[in-house]
Write a protein that binds this ligand. Structure first.
Ligand SMILES: C[S@@+](CC[C@H](N)C(=O)[O-])C[C@H]1O[C@@H](n2cnc3c(N)ncnc32)[C@H](O)[C@@H]1O
Length: 237
């Protein structure tokens, strides 16, 4: 399987949003307290502007499969851009720098294979590659939305796969966040995410921040019991 998912890339090139950063309050406070102006950060699936403005870190790299997001990042702040996929096994050789910090915010659920198991394996590979980009002592920060139980993610994945075979567009229906159209996403459950992180080699999980989100009752119809915003901070030994 190619490391670039053309459908996901096309979706993001055509839907280039400026995402809110309220969700990253904990991430920014960690960066402020643990990194400084000489640290370098690679933001995989980029949202750099706020890191620069709020955290006083200047050596910033944006990595993305979507050219439009890279251009947005470069136009707004003076960062370096890396066009590529975190699923590319040769990425570690292609990028000579090693980083004090890598940020993977809301990217893992966009790594989709043909099945949920394949998608789980892609998330595992992305985390492994991101860790390989770090200096010893560097931090990988993962920020993700995850649902419990796992079946919620299964239903979202397969229903979006079904609806997106009819349209290339988002289908924003009824309530904010309920979009059964493109892009297909594969949300890990909290336990799956934790399992991948626990199985990573030569790392310490040094922090975990969980916010339980309230969500619209319509999501209960798709078996969702809990939705979390989780941030893991993992230190490479
Ligand atoms: C939902 S956006 C998240 C943006 C931002 N990180 C945030 O937290 O708001 C997902 C981003 O991941 C990028 N992306 C998807 N697959 C990727 C991959 N394999 N490698 C690198 N970036 C990827 C998309 O192009 C998009 O910019």
């Amino acid at each position: 399987m190619s490391h670039i998912d053309n459908k996901t890339r096309e979706y993001f090139n055509n839907n280039t949003f400026e995402y809110g950063t309220k969700k990253l309050k904990y991430v920014f406070s960690f960066i402020k307290n643990n990194l400084n102006s000489s640290s370098n950060i690679i933001d995989i699936g980029s949202i750099l502007e706020k890191i620069k403005n709020e955290c006083n870190v200047f050596d910033l790299y944006a990595m993305d499969i979507a050219q439009s997001y890279l251009e947005l990042a470069v136009n707004k702040i003076n960062c370096k851009k890396i066009s590529g996929s975190i699923l590319d096994d040769t990425i570690v050789d292609k990028i000579p720098e090693r980083f004090d910090c890598a940020l993977l915010s809301e990217v893992l659920h966009h790594l989709v294979g043909k099945t949920r198991n394949e998608s789980f394996n892609l998330a595992e590979k992305a985390i492994k590659n991101a860790l390989n980009l770090l200096k010893p002592g560097g931090f990988l920060i993962i920020h993700e939305i995850s649902f419990e139980p796992k079946i919620t993610g299964d239903i979202i994945f397969y229903s979006k796969r079904f609806f997106s075979s009819f349209t290339k567009n988002r289908l924003d229906l009824f309530v904010k966040g309920f979009n059964p159209g493109e892009p297909v996403v594969s949300f890990l459950s909290y336990s799956q995410l934790k399992k991948i992180i626990n199985s990573a080699e030569n790392v310490d999980i040094i922090d975990e921040n969980i916010e339980k989100n309230n969500f619209h009752p319509i999501f209960r119809l798709i078996a969702a019991q809990k939705k979390y915003r989780t941030t893991f901070v993992i230190k490479k030994i």
